[in-house]
Design a protein around this ligand. Structure first.
Ligand SMILES: *Cc1c(COP(=O)(O)O)cnc(C)c1O
Length: 461
């Protein structure tokens, strides 16, 4: 007889531990004041549960640590490079595999090769480093999210999809020859870590074939996306996730990845494609800025750990736990009446602070205020995605309210257990009851570029 136990457990046991930063509320008030209400200025050791990002914050497995010890540090032609290349070729089917030190390095190199003034890159949504690198090359980054993606309250299975009709209209307007690339971000990070369906990927592929535009995946969370397809899309429930992932890559002409996400490592990435002309140019740039073509800014041991991580991430027990823990956090918050982007994404939960704190006006940084309250009361660190991060200002330098005020709670991979998440839910329960006490913030000083990293704020009177 096969039991069907309901409790979902972490599918690993713990071999190595690290203490959490345990502080009192008094300590945290001092820390917060000294950091000028900017959570990027807080020492990590003063944080209890760190949900700032899921990028490079995961725990490696015993097998990966074993790979670290056997990594080959030869400058050229290291064995670890060939293990890395074989794993990526096997998964993606792309012949040209270029290692880079993280995702944005792949973006810098790729758009250096194919971008430039007068060009447009089209996407379901560009991640912020992608957009910055497209624009740095002189090209323009155009987003075509599916209708309904911005309706946070209304759940839908594939809110990461692209609006294909809008894409086609744009291609006709601007001319396909001015569009060197279409990129599908899986999962769609900028819009809540929401997945893209296989049907939508096929539709985008057909559109790209029709107009002769190459299609790449920005595949930082390809495994989470593939698992969502298995869970939610008709016809995939019985298919192995690895097969679904391979199918996703089959629809594309190339991909780049921040290995700090679904390769389960702390640093690394790759750029892969079939186009030999582009890859030759990319390797020239790689040697100029990252390193020789068989290490690309990484140590041999990093390449080894990535190769192992890319296999481990497709373990369905792991993915079940992974997707379930974000959903569990989301459900817990909804029970306390905390509004979130619904359904929860693959790598975390996004709290709608504007809706949660209606008493804090649009000019008083509701999302940053909530993020600070979460730290003060519970020692939990999330990140504001709102007026401070977007940083748009009027002629007088005053911040303009952004279209959304979110606090992202990103979940590091294999780091926290269910009791940690229960604690986060409990803190939110308290905040929900006492939210009237949360005060808005005002900016005292902020630099012109990327203000959220170093702005200084204080509570309004
Ligand atoms: C993290 C990320 C990047 C950038 O990668 P880094 O490793 O942080 O440079 C690009 N695209 C997506 C979708 C990401 O999540």
């Amino acid at each position: 007889m096969q039991h069907n136990w309901k409790t979902i457990i972490e599918p690993f046991k713990i071999k190595s531990v690290e203490p959490l930063g345990i502080t009192t509320r008094e300590d945290r008030l001092r820390v917060l004041e000294a950091a000028h209400y900017n959570l990027f200025n807080i020492k990590a050791e003063k944080v209890l549960i760190d949900l700032l990002t899921d990028s490079g914050t995961g725990a490696m497995s015993a097998a990966q640590w074993g790979g670290i010890m056997t990594g080959d540090e030869s400058y050229a032609g290291a064995r670890s490079y060939y293990n890395f290349e074989r794993e990526i070729k096997g998964l993606t089917g792309f012949d040209e595999v270029i290692p880079v030190h993280q995702g944005r390095a792949a973006e810098k190199i790729l758009f250096g090769v194919i971008g430039g003034k007068g060009k447009y890159i089209i996407s379901n949504s560009h991640f912020d480093t992608t957009r910055a690198n497209v624009e740095y090359s002189g090209a323009q980054a155009m987003d075509f999210p599916a209708k309904g993606a911005l309706d946070f309250d209304k759940p839908a299975p594939f809110k990461g999809n692209a609006d294909i009709a809008a894409m086609e209209k744009f291609i006709r307007e601007k001319g396909a020859k001015n569009i060197p690339l279409c990129v599908m971000t899986v999962t769609n990070n900028s819009l809540g870590g929401q997945p893209v369906s296989m049907e939508n990927l096929k539709g985008v592929q057909a559109l790209c074939l029709k107009y002769g535009i190459p299609l790449f995946l920005d595949c930082a969370r390809f495994a989470e996306n593939a698992y969502f397809i298995k869970l939610r899309e008709k016809g995939y429930a019985q298919r192995p996730v690895r097969e679904i992932a391979e199918k996703m890559f089959e629809l594309a002409d190339g991909a780049w990845m921040s290995a700090k996400k679904d390769a389960l490592v702390n640093m690394g990435g790759f750029l892969a494609m079939n186009n030999k002309d582009w890859s030759a140019k990319a390797r020239q740039m790689l040697i100029l800025t990252e390193g020789f073509s068989t290490y690309g800014g990484l140590a041999g041991r990093d390449l080894e750990a990535i190769a192992i991580g890319l296999r481990e991430v497709l373990d369905e027990n792991y993915l079940h736990y992974r997707i379930r823990s974000a959903a569990y956090l989301g459900e817990g918050l909804l029970k306390h009446g905390v509004p979130i982007i619904n359904p929860p994404g693959g790598h975390g939960v996004y709290v709608n602070a504007r809706k949660f704190l209606p008493h804090i006006g649009p000019g008083q940084f509701p999302a940053q205020s909530l993020a600070c309250a979460l730290y003060l009361e519970g020692g939990i660190r999330g990140v504001e995605i709102g007026s401070l991060m977007f940083g748009r200002r009027d002629a007088g330098g005053n911040f303009l309210p952004a279209a959304m005020e979110l606090v992202r709670l990103a979940m590091p991979r294999r780091v926290y257990t269910q009791s940690h998440i229960d604690y986060v839910i409990e803190v939110f329960g308290w905040l929900a009851k006492n939210k009237k006490g949360i005060k808005g913030l005002q900016v005292m000083e902020a630099p012109a570029i990327l203000p959220h990293f170093s702005a200084k704020l204080k509570p309004v009177k």
